[in-house]
Design a protein around this ligand. Sequence first.
Ligand SMILES: Nc1ncnc2c1ncn2[C@@H]1O[C@H](COP(=O)(O)OP(=O)(O)OP(=O)(O)O)[C@@H](O)[C@H]1O
Ligand SMILES: Cc1ncc(C[n+]2csc(CCOP(=O)(O)O)c2C)c(N)n1
Ligand SMILES: [Mg+2]
Ligand SMILES: [Mg+2]
Ligand SMILES: [Mg+2]
Length: 347
Amino acid sequence: MDEFSRISYWTKEGQAKSLLEATGVKLAIGDDAAIVSGAVRQDEGCSYEMLYTVDTMVEDIHFNTQTMQLDHIGYKALASNLSDIAAMGGIALHALIAISVPGHYTEEHIKQIYHGIYQCANQYEVAIVGGDTTASPHSLVLTITVIGQVEAGTALRRSGAKPGDLIVTTGIAGRSAAGLHLLLHPEFEPQLAAKHVQSLKQAHQMPQPQLDQGRLLRSLGGCHALNDVSDGLASEAVEIAEASGVAFVLDEQLLPVSEGLSQYGSCTKQSLLDWMLYGGEDYILLGTIDPQCYEQVKEQFAQRHMQIYAIGKVEPGKGEVWLERMDSRMAHKQRERIYKRGYNHFT
Ligand SMILES: Nc1ncnc2c1ncn2[C@@H]1O[C@H](COP(=O)(O)OP(=O)(O)OP(=O)(O)O)[C@@H](O)[C@H]1O
Ligand SMILES: Cc1ncc(C[n+]2csc(CCOP(=O)(O)O)c2C)c(N)n1
Ligand SMILES: [Mg+2]
Ligand SMILES: [Mg+2]
Ligand SMILES: [Mg+2]
């Protein structure tokens, strides 16, 4: 069983609706964060719901000594959790840090990991309010729980995409995978301008969770579904398409590419498209928007110097994802089916 089948197998036993209702659960397993009634900030005339999410980083799965400095591990562990709050259109409030430490890590090593956690927490105004500490026999494990909130009834779920919507991303997919490749193959570094080396490595080591973009998409209206890209564009597209009962048609020619990404693809002869669709860890947002709202959304993003790209459209369907590409003679577009082949912890 793969990762997603395991989650569904383990949790199928389920719980009584009455229990979920009595504990205020509006949305349990299946989205970037759970939604629960209750509120921390009660603005005049506005009530909030809570958002809960947790994610783990494991040594030699999510990082190793070649790919990440200690402060990067802390920074990215929190950033990847904040990204799930961004994907709900929420505000991040609090974080709990659980760390399991093997013997060869000193107090000072872990202090540096915490420096990275605090750097990210201060940047995104999140309060660290607790955690747990254990020893670990072999690998370092860092698990962070984040609690956030969103105006009641307005969280951006995966299940709201509608035929006719435009598919949008708030950034360029594939840069983290290219950065990882570069970190694992330093022999390519001299072939790339220093500014591109720096920015691809940074995309992998210190991703910037798109909380402002998520808030803007929520408040402008017209955004029907949203996800963050942890496992790759293809995997996240299938998740929205399945949850919404629609088909996604991505247009290869509309997928944005940066200069650094494109140059690095050329010099390594790696497939840019593979990095974009299946690389993962980009922590950009992927969603769908009513086409009538898109011009205004684009304008609001531009005013704030934020990126948004329309990369395809939603059609009626049952969870299929297609990639539209020019045929080899560049004569007309052909559709090929793409599958949930992003990062999967169990295959
Ligand atoms: N072991 C588990 N037990 C219960 N629920 C789980 C478990 N693992 C994942 N889930 C739930 O399954 C859904 C999908 O989880 P997943 O981790 O794929 O989402 P994500 O956090 O957005 O992605 P990623 O972990 O790749 O960043 C979420 O609602 C999550 O809370
Ligand atoms: C050393 C090393 N090898 C491979 C990778 C790639 N990788 C690991 S986990 C993941 C998906 C997100 O994880 P999750 O779904 O658990 O949030 C990806 C793309 C890496 N980061 N470091
Ligand atoms: Mg997510
Ligand atoms: Mg997760
Ligand atoms: Mg994942």
